[in-house]
Design a protein around this ligand. Sequence first.
Ligand code: URP
Ligand code: ZN
Ligand code: ZN
Ligand code: ZN
Length: 459
Amino acid sequence: MSILIKNGRVVTADSDSIADIFIEGETVKAIGKDLPMQADEIIDASGKLVFPGGIDPHVHLDMPFMGTFSSDSYETGTRAALFGGTTMVIDFILQKQGASLADALKEWRSRSDNNCVGDYSFHMAVTDFNEDTRKEIKHFVEEEGITSFKTFMAYKGALMIDDRQMVGLMEEVKKQGGLVTVHATNGDMIDYLIAKHRAEGKLSPLYHYLSQPEVTEAEASERFADLANYTGCPGYIVHLTCEGALNAVRNATRRNQNVLVETCIQYLVIDASLYEREDGAKWVMSPPLREKKDQETLWAGINQGLVKVVATDHCPFKWEQKLMGKDDFSKIPNGHPAIENRMELLYSEGVNKGRITLNKFVEVACTNPAKIFGMFPRKGTIAVGSDADIVIFDPAEKHTLSAKAHHMNVDYSAYEGWEISGKVKTVLLRGKVAINDGKCSVDKGFGKFIKRNKVNGII
Ligand code: URP
Ligand code: ZN
Ligand code: ZN
Ligand code: ZN
């Protein structure tokens, strides 16, 4: 099967030109002006943008968390991702404390294998680092193609590890050619503030926000950077939200350290005033939404090259699940739905409003995730030899985000009623048209597990 995409404006992280793309099987075979090839199918992309399939390196599908499961399955989540122009996701396996990494992989595979519509990989979250865990790291890097190891400095009593474990893990991961990623907030301090607010009868969603002030994130980000610097391990901070935390990363650059930073779309476009609403639980996530000034810091951080990735931390819960915490903010399952909205929101709020360039959009949403997590140039760009993961996008089409229109398995939209500019029209995944004109033409099982290469924190 061959496809010729004609006359689109083909944009990568470092190029932008009108060109044709010739695809054979799963792979891009040629790119150029007025290509002479015959193809089984011709797609006219005149007037459209053509960019690489998005990669969302931070999602939680069908994940056991806070006494429930995130509401998107691997099927519904990866399908919704495709509708939004994201062709690959990296999800998280959570080790059970007292059990092995291998056990956790087995459990996660039982939910994900043959269920994904789009391509996927996993980060391995290490919640109990000990001598047995240490021995498993090499196997994950070399045989499973899982080269990034997630840590939590928060969620005390559930997922959090201490600094002793962090340093041990960093030493081993560095040795084996992997990357340590972190949810960097001070779990002890948050635990204290949650208990204090509850004891004072302060139980509304606003107190979720007030239990995780900026200092909890700035302190942990700095500590993580220090430990990564000491061990020499490549480090990546997930879902960074605020000026204080970004300044910790800035400080690390002064000693020539390169701490990789991800933010998520929500921290760029919505703020903590939502916690005062009756339905504030919809935006209860960790870290919480911050202030408008932090949004400006993050946009600037992207343009300064400090913030390398815009992900989602997609972790949806239906309203009924959010109501588990109707009388106590600490029982609201943390997370919000965005997997389908990331690319369009980043285009509309970023490129369309003149905050970032089109090349930067591709860099932070597609290319850098592939480079950082060991998949480039197979994924994350449009080049001869790359997987034909391609989005055809109409920059002029305006539409409204709504739970009625989305494909995520959640009964509200965190962006209900938002009028945005730019719409995903057609999505190819490994050379197959997966989305066209609002319809999905691939089934669960089409998504492949992508084994990733070793990484060294340099992109
Ligand atoms: O609120 C969030 N972020 N939920 C998912 C788990 C995590 O911390 O990433
Ligand atoms: Zn092995
Ligand atoms: Zn987190
Ligand atoms: Zn997360």
